[in-house]
Design a protein around this ligand. Sequence first.
Ligand code: ZN
Length: 214
Amino acid sequence: MRRATLTFDNGPDRAITPAVLDILRRRNVPAHFFVLGKHLAEPEGRALVARAVAEAHCVGNHSFTHEIPLGDDPRPDAVAAEIAATDARLKSLVPGPKRFRPFGGGGILGPHLLSRAAVTHLVEQGYSCVLWTSVPRDWVDPNGWVARALADCLAQPHAVVVLHDIPDACLAGLEGFLDAAEREGIELVTDLPLSVTPILDGKIVGDLDAIVAK
Ligand SMILES: [Zn+2]
């Protein structure tokens, strides 16, 4: 049986995230949410993280500002400002393993994703670094992403799909995607294949050369 893991990035969004959570709850589908620290200043953002955790989803860190990919960020305090500052807002809400998803460049994997300082921090803090295998570009095409995501899921034994719980992205197509995944017998899980976690629970277990700035 094919498996796939859905990941929702860049939230929580007070309009979209509740609707995504409603759909996932109704369909009994667990997922990952990689959130931005800047969205956790208000109580609404923190309440959405708490709801996601209570509904058995995994919540991880996707940077604070989501502005400059860590491998390109010249600030000496970028790791503190992006990863640690988000963790400071997240850690009381999210029990269990720490996960970080780097961002940048419309989902392109490359050395812009991480700095050496970021790798050191992720290892020291016991993080898993969570990459992906499918970017169906929901933010460009809020309905058309469904066919691309489905094709990716059918082409891989275990796809890890990047979606976005922000306005004008995955929400319009989400029910249709879940219908199609069910028809195709794709099991939706929160497990992650080893190939997308080059850092796993603080240990480097994969090749980082391609995703860390020189
Ligand atoms: Zn992102």
